[in-house]
Write a protein that binds this ligand. Structure first.
Ligand SMILES: O=C(O)CCC(=O)C(=O)O
Ligand SMILES: [Fe+2]
Length: 328
């Protein structure tokens, strides 16, 4: 016990230094009815957070710990299934949905990810090993829709521009690439080859879409590089909060005024954290595939005329996927 406290004392994080904005959603995050004053306030706070830091913690977002834990529990059950049962859900070539085992993805192009992932891209019960995961995906979609309304509020675009361009979230990959990814990082086994101290749990990368909502069950080594800094810094864990980080499409849409932060998950140095497994989940919010992402269009409705080639959201993500899964 005394050793844990001693190690805890040395765990400086961005959170412990008050470097991550905390945004209170006033319990409106997953409600159908919008309260304009909350949307406007949250919109301004998100604008400040994305401009200055690229990340923020969302609190009072309306999703209970129990709902999130139930999802992780069902994911654990899935991982305990006999291999032949589990394999039915394996991610297939050319698709993002399904189960991805350790060692398959390489976010930085070289380091294999030491984690189990399950990608949910549609609410079709056929593609899900458990209903509970579909329910969780639905709730996160509601929270993402609230954020899309809030993000539009301080900008000079129609209030529904972002909702309209993301209208097909979780309607399947043919329409929209938004994904709920359930994640499980096993504990670090010290004497197993490939599990040395410097091993990375999830390689450095920037998320591709508009933004990502991330929940984690414990401090587990999430690090970011803040805007203008080359230093990896530990984010820290705020129980019950959901972390939001900007993706590359948001950054392109705002001509880099809103930051897409590089992040990674390292194997922590603290022995007691290394010995612990970690759950997280990430909801990747993406525009509908056909949306043309005109650089700067969120600040200037006609976008940046100097740009000669404008890509669709699908073209942008396909380019990224071939980098992540291609070099194996
Ligand atoms: O598990 C985490 O904390 C981060 C996961 C992540 O960044 C990703 O899957 O894109
Ligand atoms: Fe990420």
């Amino acid at each position: 016990m005394s050793q844990i406290n001693e190690e805890d004392n040395h765990l400086e994080t961005l959170l412990s230094r008050n470097m991550v904005p905390i945004i209170d959603l006033g319990h409106c995050g997953i409600e159908e009815i919008s309260i304009p004053s909350v949307i406007n306030r949250v919109g301004l706070q998100l604008q400040k957070a994305f401009t200055e830091k690229g990340i923020a913690f969302l609190v009072n977002h309306g999703i209970s710990d129990d709902q999130i834990r139930a999802g992780w529990e069902k994911f654990d059950h899935f991982l305990d299934l006999p291999a032949e049962e589990r394999e039915k859900y394996n991610r297939k070539e050319g698709s993002n949905r399904g189960y991805v085992g350790p060692g398959i993805e390489r976010f930085d192009g070289k380091t294999p990810e030491l984690r189990h992932a399950f990608n949910i891209c549609s609410l079709d019960p056929e593609s899900l090993p458990h209903n509970e995961l579909g329910n969780l995906a639905k709730i996160l979609k509601s929270l993402a829709s609230f954020i899309l309304k809030a993000l539009a509020a301080p900008l000079d675009i129609p209030p529904t521009f972002l909702l309209d361009t993301h209208s097909q979230m979780l309607c399947g990959e043919d329409a929209n690439m938004s994904t709920l990814r359930m994640l499980y990082y096993p504990s670090v086994v010290e004497d197993e080859p490939g599990q040395e101290k410097e091993v990375i749990r999830c390689g450095a990368h920037v998320d591709y879409g508009t933004f990502t909502l991330l929940a984690q069950d414990s401090e587990g080594g999430l690090e970011v590089k803040l805007p203008g800094s080359e230093k990896w810094e530990r984010v820290g864990h705020l129980p019950g909060a959901i972390l939001i980080n900007g993706g590359e499409i948001l950054s392109l849409w705002t001509r880099q005024r809103y930051h897409a932060l590089p992040h990674r998950v390292v194997v922590p140095e603290q022995k007691y954290i290394r010995a612990r497994s970690r759950h997280s989940l990430a909801y990747f919010c993406h525009p509908n595939n056909a949306t043309l992402i005109t650089p700067n269009a969120l600040f200037f409705p006609d976008g940046d005329k100097s740009e000669s080639t404008v890509y669709s959201a699908l073209e942008l993500i396909q380019k990224k996927f071939s980098e992540t899964y291609g070099k194996q």
